[in-house]
Ligand binder design. Structure first.
Ligand SMILES: NC(=O)c1ccc[n+]([C@@H]2O[C@H](COP(=O)([O-])OP(=O)(O)OC[C@H]3O[C@@H](n4cnc5c(N)ncnc54)[C@H](O)[C@@H]3O)[C@@H](O)[C@H]2O)c1
Length: 264
């Protein structure tokens, strides 16, 4: 049995991940960590009935990890918290699946350094769905053939999402920019804003939209739109749990979801 810890356990993604962990014959939930509902049974927080795992305090994560000794921690929190959680895991030799988004470049460098120096294994991805990982591959293919077309990325998410643009849109821009040898990124436009050869990125926020991403390649007389729409957070939760099983058996290093899916 692979022992799993979840940070952000009381959140939208955390709850679904725990649901999937409990259903798996290969996994055992050993701790549910958050900054709210401390001491309550996580099953009660999720309204599915007691499961005997109390919510433990993220502010005490070092001790929580030392006591529960998880094999893999799955983090879906907020960037600032995730950096702290990743550091604690690396120093306690706990492997990682990180789904949190909105990191700065410095935060990413810090996490990468901790993971490498402590020789643990981690899958880090702004999107754990199979569809989005295929979508990123399609964007690279399209960009190669449509390198002189105007490219715009439009993403839409629910009104509770904290970071913008989404991690998935940021990665889409990087995939296209890397394919084309580097492109300027322009975030939204306002006032006098003539278009040059940049990639435009636009974030829409409203209601309960789970996550839509459209990449528009527009040329003279035609356009192509490549679009992914998530219908449910299950697509992300199932991918994250699959990544946790995969990373348990992997060699030390930092991996993407494409490694897990073997579509690189
Ligand atoms: N990679 C993916 O596939 C994917 C998919 C969906 C969401 N996300 C990202 O996952 C993150 C969480 O999304 P959500 O919709 O579940 O958000 P949410 O707000 O519903 O949940 C976040 C949870 O983290 C908890 N938290 C805050 N600080 C913490 C800390 N220090 N330690 C432990 N827990 C802490 C909060 O109390 C909350 O319960 C966001 O960054 C989001 O963009 C990634």
């Amino acid at each position: 049995m692979i022992k799993i810890a979840v940070t952000g356990a009381c959140g939208k993604m955390g709850g679904l991940i725990i649901e999937n962990v409990l259903k798996s014959a290969d996994l055992k939930l050993v701790c549910a960590i958050d900054v709210t509902n401390i001491g309550k049974d996580i099953g009660e927080v999720m309204k599915t009935g007691k499961i005997g795992v109390p919510v433990t305090d993220a502010n005490d994560i070092e001790n929580v990890l030392k006591l529960a000794k998880p094999d893999v921690l799955i983090d879906f929190t907020i960037a600032q918290a995730a950096v702290k959680n990743v550091t604690a895991c690396a120093r306690n030799k706990v492997n990682l699946v990180v789904g949190t988004t909105g990191f700065t470049k410095d935060q990413i460098s810090h996490m990468n350094k901790e993971i490498s120096e402590n020789s643990i294994r981690a899958v880090i991805s702004p999107n754990f769905s199979i569809g989005v990982n295929v979508f990123w591959g399609l964007l690279a293919e399209a960009a190669k053939r449509l390198d002189d077309y105007d490219i715009e990325i439009i993403e839409a998410h629910h009104n509770q999402k904290k970071d913008a643009p989404s991690g998935t849109a940021v990665k889409a821009a990087k995939v296209i920019s890397d394919t084309l040898g580097g492109k300027e990124l322009v975030y939204g436009r306002y006032g006098l804003a003539p278009r040059h050869k940049e990639i435009g990125i636009h974030a829409v926020r409203g209601g309960d939209i789970v996550g839509d991403h459209t990449v528009l390649f527009a040329g003279d007389g035609e356009r192509i739109e490549i679009k992914h729409q998530a219908h449910s957070r299950q697509a992300f939760a199932k991918g994250a749990v699959r990544a946790a099983i995969w990373i348990y058996a992997a060699r030390p290093g930092i991996y993407e979801m494409a490694d897990v899916l073997e579509i690189k």
